[in-house]
Design a protein around this ligand. Structure first.
Ligand code: ACM
Ligand code: ZN
Length: 534
């Protein structure tokens, strides 16, 4: 009898050729690698150890004796075609070979190998009477986009280190490489800044939380708090680095800053005391753009951030900045006058220019939401597109600006499954149809934002995130011509067997099938709280 082993890889590789036979992973399998890849050998050994109880021997190629029953991780100089992140994987009955130009490619080859093993490999307890078969195969693979991101908003609900580590693990499995960490907003400041202790003492706590949707007057009666010390942040950075994930921290300014204003009211236009906000939506009180102490504060905050985060990219928000206070503030109005600015929109551009210039001079790239785009921006800034202003974004791209796509309709993971069903999410293409070919290179990739207003716990967070993030991993990696929803859906079912074993929650697609009524609610379904996943 011929047993067909399942080949169900997500994201779908560039090329997969199935060949006869299988490799059987045993306790005698050896892992060979270049000397500088020994930590990746260890990563693989640790990955398969809990389920198999195989404590595999690791050796460098210098000590290579036998060829049979070995897994080989090889850096090859001639692999330029695969780019920085690509890899080749060849499984024969006697040997497995992963070759790549860079260690990250080897890491992704390992993730593909992991998906070729039975899903039981994800067990954290020993699985008895299991043959660890890997189908023979030849894979050639590299990503379509360099930016394949997931954003987590912990300002609205703090999740904590264990959950972040778990998400980073899943990101690695899906070959996602950017973790955008939304750490500050109106409802909470979540990162310790040593120069400004009140950001944590005051800004990381709120008394209560709005429940029942954006228009609801109802509050729960529970205080909510949480923050990351700089040691915690360092731990997460190291964890991400070992999974070839870059972390991009976001300090959302000058709007979405009520938690900072509650900590230091002098940073506002009005100066009066504030509470850390307990409700969602737009807030009128923002950082004052007229007072010098605001810029001193931000420079100090960013200096600490830059010391911590090695990614050298800082997200400065810039979304949904209401101008009401700036219009009434004598400091802001004076700034308008002395800088010769026409209006408060230009004042935001002044603000963005000043902060990004500072960040550039200390070696940082800057990214902001597309609300902050303006023809008077002076610095090179990556734009993260989400909603409105598409024309401006096209102009920006045609002038040479780089953009990450997070289109509201498709990529927002906080959306109900009636508004953004999996099938619609999978249709998303980061390259806009009308964008001329010569500008395609300015689309760096995509990012799926997980906004946190309605995710008080892990189960809900995972339910909103998966399986849609799995679709985005394929969109970010696989050539458009190879994408096929039916094929994805079949492979997804296999991947979700892994999620079941890992204990990761996800939306049951039978249960979230949008009915016609819910579909008609469209945007309204986003602003009324939706149950699910608990
Ligand atoms: C956003 O959704 N305010 C970026
Ligand atoms: Zn002001």
């Amino acid at each position: 009898m011929i047993i067909i082993l399942k080949i169900a890889i997500i994201p779908e590789p560039i090329s997969v050729i199935s060949t006869p036979g299988k490799f059987i992973l045993t306790e005698n399998t050896l892992i060979y690698s270049n000397k500088n890849l020994l930590d990746l050998s260890e990563y693989f050994r640790n990955l398969i150890y809990p389920a198999t109880n195989f404590d595999l021997n690791i050796k460098s190629f210098d000590d290579k004796t036998a060829k049979n029953n070995s897994i080989n991780l090889l850096l090859g100089e001639n692999k330029t075609k695969l780019g920085a992140e690509g890899y080749d994987l060849e499984v024969s009955p006697t040997e497995i070979l992963i070759t790549a130009k860079e260690p990250v490619g080897i890491f992704y080859g390992i993730q593909t190998l992991r998906q070729l093993l039975p899903p039981e490999i994800e067990n954290q307890n020993v699985v008895k009477n299991m043959e660890w078969d890997i189908p023979c195969i030849k894979v050639e693979d590299y990503p379509r986009f360099p930016w394949r991101g997931y954003m987590l908003d912990e300002a609205r609900h703090f999740q904590g280190k264990d959950i972040v580590r778990r998400l980073l693990d899943i990101m690695a499995l899906l070959k996602l490489n950017i973790f955008h960490w939304h750490l500050t907003d109106d409802q909470g400041w979540r990162i310790e800044i040593k120069d400004y202790p009140k950001l944590i003492e005051v800004g990381s706590k709120r008394d209560e939380t709005q429940v029942g949707g954006l228009f609801s007057k109802k509050r729960d009666a529970f205080p909510h708090s949480g923050y990351y010390s700089q040691e915690d942040i360092q731990e997460i950075i190291d964890y991400a680095k070992n999974r070839f994930i870059k972390i991009i921290p976001e300090i959302d300014i000058p709007g979405h800053a009520r938690a900072a204003l509650a900590s230091y009211p002098n940073l506002s236009c009005k100066g009066y005391p504030f509470r850390v906000s307990a409700h969602w939506g737009f807030h009128k009180d923002v950082l004052c753009a007229g007072k010098e102490e605001v810029f001193e504060f931000l420079q100090d905050v960013f200096k600490e951030l830059v010391e911590l985060f090695p990614s050298n990219i800082i997200h400065i928000g810039g979304d949904e900045v209401l101008k009401d206070r700036w219009k009434e503030c004598s400091d802001c109005q004076k700034r308008l006058e002395t800088e010769g600015l026409k209006d408060e929109k230009q004042l935001q551009t002044y603000f963005t220019n000043r902060i990004s210039k500072f960040l550039n001079t200390i070696g940082q790239e800057v990214i902001c939401w597309n609300d902050a785009l303006d023809e008077n921006l002076k610095e090179k800034i990556i734009c993260q597109y989400y909603l409105r202003g598409k024309k401006k974004v096209f102009e920006y791209i045609r002038k040479g600006g780089d953009v990450v796509m997070s289109n509201f309709k498709y990529t927002y993971l906080d959306h109900s499954y009636s508004f953004t069903p999996l099938k619609l999410a999978y249709k998303f293409d980061p390259i806009p149809e009308k964008l001329e070919k010569q500008y395609h290179k300015h689309i760096l990739g995509l990012e799926a934002p997980m906004w946190g207003e309605y995710i008080p716990n892990t189960k809900r967070l995972e339910w909103q995130t998966f399986p849609r993030l799995i679709a985005f991993s394929e969109i970010g990696w696989t050539p458009k011509s190879k994408r096929n929803f039916r094929s994805f859906y079949n492979r997804l079912n296999h991947l979700l067997e892994r999620f079941d074993i890992m204990g990761v929650n996800y939306a049951n697609l039978q249960k979230v099938k949008p009915n016609i009524f819910k579909r008609l609610l469209k945007v309204f379904s986003l602003i009324t709280e939706e149950k699910g996943g608990n």
